[in-house]
Design a protein. Structure first.
Length: 322
């Protein structure tokens, strides 16, 4: 049935995920939802030096929020920080250099961060799509290490800080590509069979949806959400999906349009009126499965995923320096 899922997803994408889909959806948006002052609130955005992450960070900064940029590349991150400060006039922008594919680095960062800062909103935006199977220095498949394990560790490591905060939220940037994947816990690191980076990425994004649903059940005083930004013109899309980019470049959303729902979930009062754990697109909850796609998983598989990620995370915590 994979051909069916891929076809339905692509047709849906042409209709809803492009710039035209955003322009159509935005007619029902209430601008007042995001015209808010968030001074005094602290936001952490991973992968914030470009694309949707930077666009989100910039809009939060415009609204007075304290923004922590978590980035891998120091040089690009410093340029992004300077741009955000210059364009918004907000001086409360802090930079942290962390490789989200390195679990030991995340644990070390989170421990230090908790001792020095408060946090109201975590935005898990960092991600990658590596098209050939590549291992990190820890022997982890890089897409899994970044998109799934990195997101998992960053979130659970900062949960104690979020638990103390007023109106705490966790927003994870996923992808509509996850609609073509059923959760597969038998091969988390994609070591069996031929390697397809696009499908591995989609599987990771399905895992992020499951994580969000599971966290929402376990942590009732934090509002969790996961979202699809649509097909946006970002550096990541250009580098990871060049053929797709060439075909679709005239129809892609801007970075700001891709970031709109992230911002809405992070700052608006309307977002938290909806149940925790939902999947959003263009400021509204949408189904996490295509009709007749057979991508639903048994609850025991979802619980097993959480158990496996916890075991991974603790392994790296135990060897974390300092």
């Amino acid at each position: 049935m994979s051909w069916y899922r891929n076809t339905v997803w692509f047709v849906k994408g042409l209709r809803e995920y492009t710039r035209g889909g955003y322009e159509s959806a935005s007619r029902r948006f209430n601008p007042a939802d995001v015209e808010v002052d968030v001074a005094g609130r602290s936001f952490l955005v991973t992968g914030a030096n470009s694309g949707i992450g930077k666009a989100t960070a910039k809009e939060i900064a415009r609204r007075g929020g304290t923004v922590h940029l978590v980035c891998r590349n120091k040089e690009r991150a410093e340029v992004a920080k300077e741009e955000i400060v210059t364009e918004t006039g907000n001086q409360n922008i802090f930079l942290h250099i962390v490789d989200i594919s390195n679990p030991k680095e995340i644990w070390k960062f989170a421990e230090k961060f908790q001792n020095e800062h408060k946090l109201n909103v975590l935005i898990n935006n960092a991600g990658c799509m590596v098209n050939n199977r590549e291992l990190t220095e820890d022997g982890l498949e890089k897409n899994f290490a970044t998109n799934t394990l990195g997101t998992y560790i960053m979130t659970i490591a900062l949960l104690p800080l979020l638990e103390k905060a007023a109106d705490a939220r966790v927003v994870t940037v996923s992808s509509g590509g996850m609609l073509v994947q059923k959760l597969n816990i038998s091969d988390l690191q994609s070591g069996n069979g031929p390697f397809d980076g696009t499908m591995v990425y989609a599987q990771n994004k399905r895992q992020q949806v499951v994580l969000t649903e599971q966290w929402a059940k376990a942590h009732r005083n934090i509002h969790f959400s996961v979202m699809h930004p649509g097909w946006a013109d970002t550096p990541a899309v250009r580098s990871s999906m060049p053929h797709f980019y060439e075909k679709m470049k005239n129809s892609l959303r801007t970075e700001a349009q891709g970031a709109d729902t992230v911002l809405w979930l992070a700052v608006s009062a309307e977002a938290t009126k909806l149940p925790s754990g939902l999947f959003f697109q263009d400021r509204q909850p949408v189904p996490t499965h295509l009709p007749l796609a057979y991508t639903h998983s048994p609850p025991e598989d979802e619980e097993k995923l959480m158990q496996m990620l916890e075991e991974f995370s603790q392994k790296f915590k135990s060897v974390s320096p300092g």
